[in-house]
Design a protein. Sequence first.
Length: 193
Amino acid sequence: MSCIDSKQLEKVIELAVAINRLAKCFSEMLEDRNTCLDGFKRAFRIIGHELRDPQEILGDLERFIRSRHLYESSYISSDPVLLKARLSSLYRSFGVIEKEEMADHISVELEFLSLLLAKIFVTSIRGDDNVCVMSLKAARIMIMDHLSTWITSFKEITGPSKASEVLEILDILLSRTRDILKIGDVLSAANSP
C-alpha cells in the first residue's frame, strides 16, 4: 500500500522541482535567477498556461527581494518569535537546519515544501507509509497553515503587477499540490482507528 495514489507520483515530483526552482525567484543571489526562470517554465507547463515573459516578471519582483514582505511574520498578529520557533522545529524534525532569522522567509518555506514533496515521492516508492504520512502532515501544515495564508496578503501588497503573477502561479501550484496529495483525505484516513 502506498500513502498516495501511484498514478500521482510523477506529478508530485514535477511539483517538487517547480516549487523548488520558483523559490529561487525570492533569493537575493543573482545567480539564482536562471534557476527561477526554469521554475517559471516548469510551472507554466504544469498549470497549462502559455509562458509569458519571465524576465519582465523578474524585473518587477526585484523590488520586493529585500523587503519584509518576503517574511511570513510580517503578516501575522501573533508572536513572530513563536512562529519562527514552530517552523524551525518542523524543519529540524525532517533534518533541515536553517538560519533562524530566515525560518519564515518565503524561499525557505517553499524549499522545505519541495523537500517534503520529494520525500513523499521517495517514501511512496519504497512503501515507507509512516514517513510518507508524516511528510504529508508536514506538507499540509506548510500549505494550509503557512504559505496559503500569507501569499494572499503578499499579493494584495504587490497590487496588479508582474510580481503578483509569480504569487498567483505559486497559489495555483499549492492548490494543485493539495489536490494531488488529497491532503485532507489521506490525513483523515491516517488518523482514524
